[in-house]
Write a protein that binds this ligand. Structure first.
Ligand code: HGY
Ligand code: MN
Ligand code: MN
Length: 420
């Protein structure tokens, strides 16, 4: 397997090519899930996979599987990530994982290398959770953690449902999401944090993902005239929300290395001469330890009445997403570690601060992740960047990890058609 190598130029070319689908003037990518831009990149992915002789299937959450048969009749080794982006996303978050998987499969096709297990490149729908909250929703349904009807009923901020958007781009497949056994799953991703770059490491061997939760909060007061309403008679929902933004930040700082953020806020009616009567916002809490995350949740829930009561405000709050901390499968993590070593790259273990589809898939199949550094650890930002060499190293480790896993399966299995 040593002499098999991905084509760095070709991978880079496809990263740049797909970045043009939803490319922004600042060099980022805005390709929200289930928009026509998402349809365009899905069509692009399907065409590239079919050129390689893959059979592409789609499930009823829009997840895409590009399959190349192996010599044995066992569940496939899957590898991939997501093609949707944040509104001010970069060229690499998610896309790198799908394109590196495609390049890995292409390398095997060109070498005429037959794997024991079938292999499948996967594009998961709505990993970002930006247009339809929560995040990682199709992999969550696939893992039977998120209920499909609930997921398909989620609305974007314009009131369009996930299901209607899926139909609008023609990507609601026939296969029931989750009825698709996998032997293993690997995901290559940019780190989206500063550790690998700071330590000069080529590869992150991802051992797990921290726990995370999202909440939807609405604070209600009373619309009023900004000129005619004395300060002491106001019920200013935006003032309450502003104090909650600060309270959430304080909860994060009180529980290191946890993080706490209000990233989405909608002020209504958002008119310069109306005291705001209603504010909607979302809270994102994360921590490597579930018990600490419970404490953070308690802190936020205690702050809401403390902030709202003195201002004459009411509130509703609902936890809409909970993803416990994940530890990846030891055999798959070991395969990644061996692949980095075989490839001659420096590596270190990391726990992911960001959520990923592999976190859900690890509940239904042995899974692991591979990180590469990104410039300044910046992501969810149009300036997101990893170099051609860094992307190539990540893809090479993905190739070797998948082959290592395939060999393990063949040695253990031997079932089905003749093992390699
Ligand atoms: O929220 C996350 O961590 C991921 O980017 N969806
Ligand atoms: Mn991602
Ligand atoms: Mn992301």
């Amino acid at each position: 397997m040593r002499n098999l190598a991905i084509d760095a130029e070709r991978l880079w070319g496809e990263i740049m090519e797909t970045a043009a689908i939803g490319g922004t003037p600042k060099g980022g990518v805005c390709r929200l899930t289930l928009t026509d831009l998402d349809r365009q990149v899905r069509d692009w992915f399907k065409a590239r996979a079919e050129e390689l002789g893959c059979r592409v299937t789609v499930d009823d959450m829009g997840a895409m599987f590009a399959r190349r048969e192996g010599t044995a009749n066992v569940p496939p080794i899957a590898f991939g990530s997501h093609l949707d982006t944040q509104p001010t996303g970069g060229k690499f978050d998610g896309v790198l994982g799908v394109l590196a998987a495609l390049e890995t499969l292409r390398t095997l096709v060109e070498a005429g290398y037959e794997t024991y297990a079938p292999i499948e490149v996967v594009n998961w729908t709505n990993e970002e959770g930006s247009r339809f909250a929560p995040a990682m929703v199709s992999s969550g349904v696939f893992a039977k953690v998120i209920e499909k009807d609930w997921a398909q009923s989620r609305q974007d901020r314009d009131g369009m449902t996930f299901a209607a958007a899926l139909d609008a781009i023609g990507y609601r497949g026939k296969e029931r999401c989750g009825e698709h056994p996998l032997s293993a799953f690997f995901e290559l991703h940019i780190e989206q944090g500063p550790i690998l770059e700071a330590e000069g490491k080529d590869i992150g061997v991802v051992t797990g993902v921290q726990a995370m939760r999202w909440y939807e909060v609405t604070i209600a007061g009373q619309d009023a005239h900004t000129g005619a309403t004395p300060m002491h008679l106001r019920k200013n929902a935006l003032l309450g929300a502003a104090r909650m933004v600060d309270a959430v930040d304080a909860v994060g700082r009180m529980h290191p290395p946890g993080v706490a953020t209000v990233g989405r806020i909608e002020n209504r009616p958002n008119s310069p001469n109306v005291v705001p009567g209603e504010v909607f916002f979302m809270i994102d809490l994360r921590h490597p330890d579930g018990a600490a995350l419970d404490e953070m949740e308690k802190g936020v829930r205690a702050a809401l009445p403390e902030v709202c009561a003195p201002l004459g405000l009411t509130f509703t709050e609902q936890r809409i997403w909970e993803q416990p901390a994940v530890r990846f499968n030891a055999d798959c993590v070991a395969a990644v570690r061996r692949a980095a070593e075989l490839s001659g790259y420096s590596a270190r273990d990391v726990v992911s601060g960001a959520g990923h589809d592999a976190a859900y898939i690890s509940r239904v199949a042995p899974s692991a992740m591979i990180f590469i550094p990104c410039l300044g650890g910046i992501s969810h930002n149009e300036a997101e960047f990893s170099s051609k060499e860094q992307c190539a190293k990540g893809a090479q480790v993905l190739l070797q990890a998948v082959l290592d896993c395939d060999r393990q399966l063949a040695e253990r299995g031997g079932s089905g058609k003749d093992a390699r």
